[in-house]
Design a protein around this ligand. Structure first.
Ligand code: C2E
Ligand code: MG
Ligand code: MG
Length: 751
């Protein structure tokens, strides 16, 4: 008998756990937990029975209570579980009432004889079985079998009531077998339900994707695994195989980047992706698509799930609006707002460019004479001519009415701009064929250059337009060039000044060093220090573009002082490194020279860096010297007293008199590049020779600046120049490159 009881206990335990685990995997099926609990509660019945039967007193009562409790709990859980299974769950109140009722009833029965208790329990169970059979009947075969098992379990309990203790083993064994049947049919019912549910879900999903307006694609590597109807229609293909073929025709770069993204998505490196782009339909028409993708678990492993929507209409509408906003309706050319946008971009790039502003003369009269349709046709013909003639050097724009612009982005060299306006004017000399008429037109032309004229879009537009209006004063096609003037581009200048002040604080100014060479023998004699401004977001700015502004604002005084110190510090570093050290010439602005304390400042600086005066020379421009000759003479004399030599820079541009040259205590003259450039032409060489002869009489050295060719070098040498400087020998060098040159020199000369 004990074996039969143990068998019964094991069956209840195993099935209870199996149902509970089923619930743990599929929590939407709450009835499995209740049914599992019912089986587990039944496990308690066996030990409780043994305790009740084999002991007396308290333990006996405890066993009795356990028997009643396990019976009541098991029945309650079974009823609750089955009601849940059939979709009519018990309320809390019903469950509590039923539980307490069962407990009381079973407890009371135990006080009767065991046979009577068993008989009543069997009747109760049979009743429950019949009720369950009714609930379960409509729900399927497994459910019916479960109901039937419950009825049989109830009936089986009568075995004990009829056969007494001796029949307990038999009842227990049959009971275990029946409970096994019950458990298995319940498990089967649960499994069938969950498979039905997931199949339903799948069908729903499939229905949704198949009927979605968005394209859906599942793919792995370059193999499409699934495509919905919307996707096939979008791409204009009939089947997945055709779509695959279409994909294989795509450009290699597109396929490679798609593959790369797909691998990143599948590996989990990229959780999701969103992008858009243009694709061609199988019939070749263009469409604008938006894509989203993520990873999906597909039949035999992970894949990429893409959702694709067609954005062509919205995109085209926006593009059309954008085109309308940025193009002239008559000519279809980019309009004023497009020009402003382009100017902003170009100014930000900080590369030189030119703006040619054109305005047709007497266009209103022409409109009145021939009518607006002809006027429009003329504008179109003129626009087309500009485009045909000047693309790609310039972009043609139509600013409205009779105003056009050419944006010359291929550099703002004056020579190129002159060439373009010359060609334009040559073309305007011939008539335009419009509506079977020959019409002559004139245009007034204004030219502005970035950054020469102005360094901001507004300044350029203003200056080009002002220049065009000046040209309008002249009859016929005429052109005017806007000049950079402090009045005109005041806002740009203001900005540059602010930037310069900040630059001084942030140490953005740096000296470069250009060698001067002995005309005879070619030895390195000295360097000239030239300033460069590393202006943030503008790159390297040359002195010609900021020294005039620095002089206008007086900023040149602190800047010049700083540069003098920088040059001296460099000399002192070279000396400290034990290099051969040659003199460095520093350019001095007239404003610095004007300051009476300048010579004393130079002396102090030399002292600070412990440098001999012979290592420093100063260059002042001829124009500055001429402007206030007396003062210049006085300062140069004081500098000479300190042992510092001064050279007259840019000689030949400032109209200095012979008398001035004679009276100034100078060491050298530097002949301006404009006089050297035309050499070796005979007349140019003759002028340089005359300067050299004059300098020899006045005991001045002569330096030729801007030597670019061997022929110029030879001519300058032959004319009698003592020193040569120019790109032929070297461009201005960074301090370290100049230091390297010094290191290559044979032996110390000075310092
Ligand atoms: P500059 O003192 O007459 O300097 C000579 C200019 O000619 C330099 O231009 C130099 O780079 C350039 N150059 C030298 N060899 C050749 C050549 O073979 N071909 C051509 N095309 N150019 C050559 P950079 O550095 O742009 O300086 C321009 C001017 O700015 C200088 O003329 C000078 O007047 C002024 N400047 C430069 N640095 C300073 C400075 O630190 N302080 C002051 N006050 N003015 C400076
Ligand atoms: Mg100079
Ligand atoms: Mg010069």
């Amino acid at each position: 008998m004990i074996y039969a009881l143990a068998f019964n206990l094991s069956v209840n335990l195993i099935l209870g756990l199996a149902l509970w685990l089923t619930w743990a995997r599929e929590r939407s099926q709450g009835f499995n937990r209740l049914l599992g609990a019912s089986f587990l509660a039944q496990v308690l019945a066996t030990p409780a029975y043994l305790l009740w039967r084999q002991s007396e007193g308290l333990l006996h009562s405890l066993g009795g209570f356990g028997l009643a409790a396990s019976g009541a709990l098991s029945m309650l859980m079974m009823v609750a579980g089955l009601r849940d299974l059939v979709g009519r769950p018990l309320s809390w109140r019903q469950a509590t009432a039923l539980g307490l009722g069962l407990l009381g009833l079973l407890g009371a029965l135990l006080d009767q004889s065991i046979a009577a208790a068993q008989g009543s329990g069997a009747a109760l169970n049979t009743l429950l079985g019949v009720a369950a059979l009714r609930w379960l009947w409509p729900h399927g075969k497994a459910e019916r079998l479960a109901g039937l098992s419950l009825v049989l379990i109830g009936l089986n309990q009568f075995t004990f009531a009829l056969g007494g203790e001796a029949a307990l083993g038999l009842q227990s064994s049959i009971g275990a077998a029946l409970r096994m049947l019950l458990g298995i049919s319940l498990l089967h019912a649960a499994l069938r339900r969950s498979s039905l549910e997931s199949r339903g879900l799948r069908t729903q999903l499939h229905y949704m994707t198949e009927h979605s307006h968005q394209g859906v694609l599942v793919a792995r590597e370059d193999e499409p695994l699934y495509a919905n109807a919307a996707l096939l229609e979008l791409y204009g293909v009939a089947s997945l195989a055709e779509f695959k073929h279409y994909q294989q025709q795509q450009p290699a770069s597109l396929r490679a980047s798609a593959l790369q993204r797909r691998r990143a998505i599948i590996s989990g490196e990229l959780p999701h992706a969103h992008w858009e782009g243009e694709r061609r339909r199988s019939d070749g028409s263009l469409m604008r698509l938006m894509f989203s993708s993520w990873r999906i678990d597909w039949a035999d492993g992970p894949a990429e799930h893409l959702v694709i929507s067609d954005d062509t209409e919205r995109y085209n509408a926006t593009q059309a609006l954008l085109h309308q906003a940025t193009h002239d309706p008559v000519t279809g050319l980019p309009n004023r707002s497009a020009l402003q946008q382009r100017l902003r971009e170009l100014c930000a790039q900080a590369r030189p460019f030119g703006l040619i502003w054109l305005d047709l003369d007497r266009f209103t009269l022409l409109n009145e004479a021939y009518g607006h349709a002809t006027g429009d046709a003329l504008l179109r013909a003129f626009g087309a001519l500009l485009q045909a003639e000047f693309t790609p050097q310039a972009q043609t724009m139509h600013l409205g009415e009779d105003e056009f612009a050419l944006l010359v982005t291929a550099g703002a060299e004056p020579a190129l701009l002159h060439e373009l306006t010359r060609r334009l004017r040559a073309r305007l000399a011939r008539p335009f064929a419009v509506d079977a008429r020959e019409i002559y037109i004139d245009a007034s032309i204004g030219v502005a250059r970035f950054p020469h004229t102005a360094s901001d879009p507004e300044g350029l537009l203003r200056e080009a337009s002002a220049a065009m209006h000046e040209a309008k004063q002249e009859p016929g096609s005429a052109e005017r060039w806007a000049e950079a003037s402090p009045r005109r581009s005041s806002s740009a200048t203001m900005l540059a000044e602010q930037a310069m002040r900040a630059g001084l604080k942030n140490a953005e100014f740096e000296l470069v060093y250009q060698p001067k060479i002995a005309a005879a023998g070619g030895a390195l004699l000295s360097f000239e220090a030239l300033v460069r401004w590393h202006r943030p977001s503008h790159g390297v700015v040359n002195p010609a573009d900021f020294i005039p502004a620095a002089e206008r604002t007086g900023l040149i005084v602190p800047l010049g002082a700083m540069l003098l110190q920088q040059a001296c510090r460099q000399l002192s570093n070279w000396r400290a490194e034990g290099r051969l050290v040659l003199p460095v010439a520093v350019n001095v602005s007239p404003l610095q020279l004007h300051d009476p304390s300048f010579p004393a400042f130079v002396a102090r600086t030399l002292q600070t860096f412990d440098l001999p005066a012979a290592l420093l020379t100063l260059e002042i421009t001829e124009t500055a010297a001429v402007r206030d000759a007396d003062q210049a003479c006085e300062r140069i004399s004081r500098l000479n007293e300190l042992g510092i030599k001064v050279a007259l820079d840019d000689f030949g541009t400032g109209f200095s008199s012979l008398n001035l040259l004679r009276s100034m205590p100078l060491d050298a003259v530097k002949i301006d590049r404009s006089l050297i450039e035309p050499m070796p032409q005979r007349t140019a060489s003759a002028v340089v020779r005359a300067i050299c002869q004059l300098a020899a009489v006045l005991d001045l050295k002569v330096v030729a600046e801007g030597i670019e060719t061997q022929a110029q070098a030879e001519a300058a040498r032959a004319a009698g120049c003592n020193e040569l400087q120019g790109f032929l020998f070297s461009k201005p060098l960074s301090a370290s490159a100049a230091g390297d040159w010094l290191a290559r020199q044979p032996e110390p000369a000075l310092g």
